[in-house]
Each structure stands twice: as C-alpha cells, then as structure tokens.
Design a binder for this molecule. Sequence first.
Ligand SMILES: Nc1ncnc2c1ncn2[C@@H]1O[C@H](COP(=O)(O)OP(=O)(O)OP(=O)(O)O)[C@@H](O)[C@H]1O
Ligand SMILES: [Mg+2]
Length: 435
Amino acid sequence: MNTQDRFLIERDARLKYQFLRFKMGIYNIFHKKWVWPIVAIYIAIAIYAKQVIYTTTPDPADIAMVANLISLKITYPFFAVLGFIVLLVFLGTPWGAKKINKGLNIVGLINHAGQSPFLTKRYKDHGLTVLEFEPNGIPLSQWEDKKECIETVLNMYILEIYYGGSRNKMVLRTVSGNENLPSVAYWKDVYLSKEDFILFFGQSMTGQVKINLAKTPHILIGGSTGSGKSVLLKLLVMQCVKKGAVVFIADFKGGVDFLPEWHKKACVITEENALIEMLTSIVNELENRKQILREYGCSNIGGYNMLFPDRMNRIIFACDEVAEILDKTGLSKEKKDIVSNIENKLSIIARQGRAFGIHLILATQRPDANILTGQIRSNIDFRVCGRADNILSQIILDSTVAADKIPKDSQGLFVTQDETVFQSYMFDESDVFKK
Ligand SMILES: Nc1ncnc2c1ncn2[C@@H]1O[C@H](COP(=O)(O)OP(=O)(O)OP(=O)(O)O)[C@@H](O)[C@H]1O
Ligand SMILES: [Mg+2]
C-alpha cells in the first residue's frame, strides 16, 4: 500500500468517524439532558450575533466597516450552521475517545492501514460501563487476543466483547479497574429468591453470584482454614431452610459450630451411625421419588410439583469438613467399610439427586486429591474456592485460579470455576431465623 492509498483510507475513516460523532450528537440532543444547556448557550450566542450583525447601521463614510458588515451578513448563516455542526460533532464525542484511540494504536490493535478503532458511545447498563466502537475492520478474534492490553488502555476489566448487531459495531461490557469488592457484604432477607431453587452466594464485580439447584444440583466449597467456608455453607443452608427445604447437617465437631437455632430448623447429625442412618433414609427417599415420578410421568420434582398439590420438598445434605468423614487413612478394615458405605451413598445422591430434588452442599479444606475423586467430585458442577494454595485450588477448581486471584489475608472471598471472584455474604447467626 503506497502513501497515497494510506492517506485516502485514513481520510475516509476520519470522515466516517466525524459523521458517526455527528449522528451521536443529534441522538444526544434528544436523549441526554446535560446537552441542552450547551445547545441553549450556543443558540443564545447565535441570536445575539445575528441581532448585532443585522441591526448595526454602519457609518456610510467608513467603507471598510460597510464591507465587513456586508460580508458578515452574507456569511453569517453559513457560519451559524457550520458552528452548529461542529457543536454536534463535539457533543457526540464520548469522553476520552481520542486518548483511547491513541492508546489502542500504541498497544497494536490496528488494521492493515495502521488505524485503531474509534470509541462511538459510552453508557451505563446495570452498573456496568458499556463501550461501543467503530472497529475499523478489526475482527473480534483480534480484540480477544489483545484483551489484556485493551484493559490496560481503558483502565477497566472487560467482561464481554461481542459484535453489536452488525459487524461494524464492537461492544465491550466493562467494570472500572479502580473498583474493589467490599471486604464485607451483608446478607439481606430481601435477596431470598422465591424461585425454585435459587441460592445466593455473594457479591461479585458484575452483580450477585447465584445458582439454581434445579439446574446445578450440588455445591462444593473449598478453601484453607479461616477462608470463610463454614460461613458460606451456613449462608446457603440458611436460605434452604427459609425456602422450605428439608435440611440435614453433618457436623462432626460435636455440633458446636451450629448454634441451637440451627438444631431447631435442621436435623444436625454429630456421629457416624446417625450419619449412615440418615444417608440411607435419603437414598431410600430418592428411590421412592424415582418410582413416584415414573408412575406419574414426571421427569423431575419441578414437573411433579407443578401438577400436584402435595409438593415434594427439596432435601439438602450439608456437610462441613467432608474430608474428615471420607478420609480412610490409618483406619481398620471395619472402619474403612463404613466410610465406603458413606461414600457410596453420597455418590448415589451426587449422580441421581438432581431430578429428585436431593442436593449436596459440601465443604472441605484438605488438599488431598484421593478424598474427593470419583463420582462425588465429578458430579458436583458448581465449585467455589476461597484462599488456597495451588494444590487445593487445582483439586477444587481444576486450575490454580484461587491461588492466583484470592489474597492470602482475605476472608469470605471466593472464586468460581469460571473465574468470577465474589465476596460471600456475611450474616448474624444469632437472629437469622427470628425474622
Ligand atoms: N463472608 C465473609 N465476610 C467477612 N468475613 C468473613 C466472611 N466469612 C468468614 N469471615 C470471617 O472469617 C472467619 C473464619 O470464617 P470460617 O469459620 O467460615 O472459616 P473456615 O474456612 O470455615 O475455617 P476453618 O477451616 O478453620 O473451619 C469468620 O469468623 C469471620 O470473621
Ligand atoms: Mg469451618
């Protein structure tokens, strides 16, 4: 491409960009109130200038003044319109557009003619900042490759990049790079979802983290000691109780972690035999529900509950420090059989529980790959991890993301498998069931 071609391409691109800014300026006049005073000032100045130009009577002896006034009277309409067009272009230019264009050029987001995208629009949507670009022929793949560089230029985290309707609009959904998650986010009862069966975990930069147990049936919480596992487990269990689920809690620390309030609302089990009995009854209930659903031709509990008034409640089995229960190291043959039995029951629930409304919420801090291998772990689709080392993060999330993203001194900060970092909700246990 020679210099002449390059010049022409660049000129065309600039003209196109000026036109887009002009169009945006017109759009802003009708949609943005902050634009109105600026336009009003311009119109006032234009009217004042018109008054002065057309009402001034020049001294006939002053030839120069007469000539000036005549030329002003002739050119005034042209300058008034041109000035208004320039004003529209200015009003249609998003804040920081030039700097961003230059920054993108520096980081190499350029087309074959060496041009970078132009920012055409910037607005807020559900707490996110959305940036729209004229991509200048740069394809989506190139934007994705340069995502981190673009984030540095914008000083924003990019959550999503996509074509906006047509291929000549690129949309970036972002959050400010200066914002941080709160160190404590308090649970509010208004969050409690009426939907069957959504549970809230906490606050991320892009909104609340939540899952629907009807679709993602089991939860695994990992993290080193003091990372906030028990608080998060209780937060989820508390929501299950309030939503009317039947809740079983296995707590082998003697039940001390669960205040008397919990014992009133859930069945808290503190020793092994009771645990086996309870798991056996849950698995029996699973088989029972299997038969009922088959008999009535329902594919899952949601379908059954829509048809029949005698609703089936969801059943939740929650266990803090599950590794303590499942660890077979150093156990006698007899004890190992007991653990295998527990493992077997948990694995049945993990594999088949979803359709029958039976769910596991498990927490662990032990970085031992053998304890959670097999059918239990692979059937738990939603896993979150708090502060952790590489090994624990790998075991829980299949990547080192928790070790990389969660600071060592954080409490209640977790990351999901899709790398969303969130601050889990804190709540006051002593009066949680009083309201
Ligand atoms: N969401 C949160 N927000 C703020 N602080 C929290 C949060 N969760 C936990 N903490 C703080 O961290 C402390 C430890 O939390 P928690 O007992 O849940 O950790 P843990 O991971 O279960 O630890 P352990 O493995 O020793 O049982 C809590 O006492 C509380 O002060
Ligand atoms: Mg704990």
